[in-house]
Design a protein around this ligand. Structure first.
Ligand SMILES: *Cc1c(COP(=O)(O)O)cnc(C)c1O
Length: 445
């Protein structure tokens, strides 16, 4: 069976450009999207697709063991397997947050651990697709591409650097100096990326990388490049697959540039077309109050959208004031009655720390989504029997500095209610014994 895919204008759903053209925007200035020949895909039944994907899921057959490439027919159907650059992304665990759920009064709470992956964030899902496609074009001598470049709030650059290093490709990353975590900075450095730390914010880096990639010698890897969305859309499909093809009621997902929330909807819309699901779960896009242009637009009843200058936030990977994928995201949220919520620095810090106490180890962005969930539960919008999934976008270890600052009481303006700082003691038997006893009394009364 032949499955076709091509770029088209995302706003109008029209036009056709081949996937091996270097094109990021349509002539109208809007974003592109990858279109699939859904009629051809419907040649297999819904049950047939589920069986095929289940048979591949986390098995060993290259490249289908990857959560992304296991669904190759609806990602990049025609790339030769030999050109795929995969680091076995996807297939991340779905954590039943039983204790935290009980604390909140939501029994059926799950956290999709996208950060438990090669570079520690969901960005791997999209980057495998983009780097594979560039690898495919370079191997065929198409376009004289010299390398791949991106602007990043830290996780995109880590993923780009790793996938390019694995494929032997040159990568260039533009980062806002001093605005990403030390772990995120060392990742592209270690993976031999040309790492440019610029005196600007993410939005400034984004402007520059678009100019840098204009002559097409460097391929642009930001999520305005719709190839990344094709990998990221598999996360929603995978969540449903992990529930044996049953739908959750709610999905909470942090949003910055809004590529990921757009991707989630795209995956759901496509598998609904294929008859695999009958409805689309209610999605809540969660923003930090310090970087909340989508929330403000939602509050205006979707009447207006204004780019803002994003302020400092613990959730540094979503510190974005002018999200590239806003049109796609707003269109999908409006169509499917999606919601938008925000969380203050205090709320996200506390939600992160509270959930960590129940066995999770969250990044601040996941904390934003957890804080939003807490608000939905308090308002009675999320019911005690609802099945809820929180998409955790990165591994907490990438943000160890922020997490440590919380527990040490060093986050400016934040009250560290759930702090658990280390107790420094002399190496003395009695001192240690006393400390343990004090702790036990506090814990058990
Ligand atoms: C990139 C990123 C996000 C935001 O995703 P968008 O597609 O930009 O909305 C959220 N959390 C983390 C950890 C990220 O790296």
């Amino acid at each position: 069976m032949h499955y076709d895919a091509w770029f088209r204008d995302a706003d109008s759903g029209t036009g056709r450009w081949e996937l091996d053209e270097i094109i990021y925007r349509s002539p109208s200035g809007g974003l592109l999207e990858v279109a699939h020949d859904l009629e051809a895909l419907k040649g297999r039944t819904a049950a047939g697709w589920m069986k095929l994907w289940d048979g591949r899921y986390k098995r060993t057959q290259w490249p289908f063991s990857s959560g992304v490439w296991g669904k190759k027919e609806m990602v990049l159907p025609n790339i030769p397997d030999a050109d795929i650059v995969s680091l076995d992304e996807g297939g991340t665990n779905l954590f039943w947050a039983e204790r935290f759920g009980r604390e909140l009064g939501v029994k059926d709470l799950w956290v999709k651990q996208c950060g438990v992956s090669h570079t520690g964030s969901f960005k791997d899902l999209g980057m495998t697709v983009l780097v594979s496609q560039v690898n495919h074009m370079m191997k065929r001598g198409k376009h004289n591409i010299l390398g791949v470049a991106c602007a990043s709030t830290g996780d995109t650059s880590a993923a780009l650097a790793a996938y390019c290093a694995a494929a032997g490709m040159t990568s260039v990353v533009l980062l806002p100096h001093g605005k990403i975590s030390p772990a995120q900075l060392i990742q592209p450095i270690a993976n031999n990326s040309l790492t440019l730390a610029l005196d600007t914010d993410f939005d400034g880096c984004m402007d520059l990388v678009q100019q840098l990639t204009e002559d097409k010698k460097l391929y642009l890897a930001n999520s305005m490049n719709s190839l990344r969305v094709e990998g990221q859309k598999t996360v929603g499909i995978e969540i449903i697959q992990q529930f044996d093809w049953e739908l959750p009621d709610w999905i909470f997902i942090p949003g910055g540039n809004l590529g990921n929330v757009s991707a989630l909807y795209k995956g759901f819309e496509e598998i609904r077309e294929l008859g695999i699901i009958s409805r689309i779960p209610r999605i809540v896009c969660c923003q930090a109050e310090a970087a909340n242009p989508l929330y403000l637009a939602y509050k205006s009843g979707w009447k207006e959208f204004h780019a803002i200058t994003a302020k400092e936030t613990q959730a540094s990977a979503i510190r974005i004031g002018n999200p590239v994928s806003r049109t796609k995201a707003i269109k999908a949220l409006m169509k499917h009655d999606g919601r938008v919520e925000q969380a203050s620095e205090q709320e996200l810090a506390d939600a992160t720390a509270r959930a960590d106490r129940t066995g999770l180890f969250n990044c601040p962005h996941t904390g934003v989504a957890l804080a939003a969930l807490i608000k939905f539960v308090a308002r009675g919008e999320v019911k005690p029997t609802d099945r809820v999934v929180v998409v955790s976008t990165a591994h907490g270890l990438k943000f160890g500095n922020v997490k440590a600052d919380y527990h040490m009481g060093k986050l400016p303006g934040i009250v560290s209610t759930y702090a658990n700082p280390p107790v420094q003691l002399a190496a003395d038997r009695q001192a240690v014994y006393d400390a343990v006893m004090r702790h036990m009394e506090k814990s058990f009364g």
